[in-house]
Ligand binder design. Sequence first.
Ligand SMILES: Cc1cc2nc3c(=O)[nH]c(=O)nc-3n(C[C@H](O)[C@H](O)[C@H](O)COP(=O)(O)OP(=O)(O)OC[C@H]3O[C@@H](n4cnc5c(N)ncnc54)[C@H](O)[C@@H]3O)c2cc1C
Length: 373
Amino acid sequence: MKAVIVGGGIIGGAIAWRLARDGVAATVLERGRLGREASWAAAGMIAPQAEAQSAGLFFDLCMAGRRVFAATVERLIADSGVDPEYDAQGILYLALDAAEHAELTARARWHRECGALVEELSPAEARRLEPAISPAIVHALHFSDNRRVDNRKLTQAYVAAALAAGAAVRENARVDAIVTAGGRATGVRLDDGARLDADLVIIAAGAWSHEIRGLEGDRVRLFPVRGQILCFEARPRLLGPALFSPRGYLVPRRDGRILAGSTMEEAGYDQSVTLAGIEKIARGVAAMAPAIGELRFREAWAGLRPATRDLLPVLGPSPTAPNVIWATGHYRSGILLSALTGEVIADLVAGRRPAIDPAPFSAARFARDRVDL
Ligand SMILES: Cc1cc2nc3c(=O)[nH]c(=O)nc-3n(C[C@H](O)[C@H](O)[C@H](O)COP(=O)(O)OP(=O)(O)OC[C@H]3O[C@@H](n4cnc5c(N)ncnc54)[C@H](O)[C@@H]3O)c2cc1C
């Protein structure tokens, strides 16, 4: 079977690796350079308990994402030779006032009811885990099995493992349209007019996924949500937990960088860093860990999270052409959900039962909905 994967971000890379291991001849087509969009810009948290706001479908998906990631990462390192820095210090979720304290207490309760690992900490206990947190902290949760990776290295790892398993990748290859005949895809057309035949096409083009022509009937639409990040320099290997709060987050890297994020902005496809974004992030940092204010500023960047209208990913066959598979719309959680997405898509292709029920994530939900976008 020949599969073309449109998009060389973390999702395209994870799918290519998983399909190649099943013996599928997978080719990733990337319009620019591999892994230079959202998958490059992210903070790299594998943090279902910080990300989901309530129990239910999305939380279950994220928890499955964490489980599959943890079960996969050793094999990925072995297959790729790339260490994505899957660090074990957990996530410290901070409350700075009474309302946030109440939210964290409620959050701990529903996490326990769902069987998730959570520890409630006094400010003094939290400070023992991370001395740099603000004296104003009133309460904290520790999610000890929510972790982080270097998402740039993780994307490289998926691509390297995919290549080692026999997949092919092409950069500077922009897909313009799906070529169909008799209600099925026969391949893709590139913007230079070249055609590539395929038995299966997977759309993993992030915030640009709906621009590929030929699937308009599916009514899948992606909305780019800009996120800015500021990066500071501390001493290498001075690693504590990542810090998270309603005001932002701080994520340390092994080489001493500390990433501070982020913003959630509707700015179209503009990937600028703005003064308003810098101000917002700086306020969050000052509230959570004012000592960061003394560190040397290194750089700032922005990326575009691929969001659907209901903020859930689109996973599974196109209602228009059943041998086209959507794998996009991962919004704020594409790093966390990368390994799970690879598994689910490979299972669907092979006719195996996936680890999660993909039905709620089908593109059919948009085709049914006649509201104009
Ligand atoms: C600031 C920020 C922080 C984040 N933090 C986290 C986090 O901590 N944890 C987490 O899990 N997630 C996080 N995310 C979300 C995560 O980055 C995304 O969900 C994920 O990277 C999406 O991966 P992707 O492969 O779908 O998209 P992308 O990485 O955007 O890749 C899509 C690729 O498709 C290519 N492409 C587009 N159109 C075409 C075409 N026509 N032909 C060929 N190629 C095409 C693009 O060039 C691009 O390389 C964050 C995102 C941002 C912006």
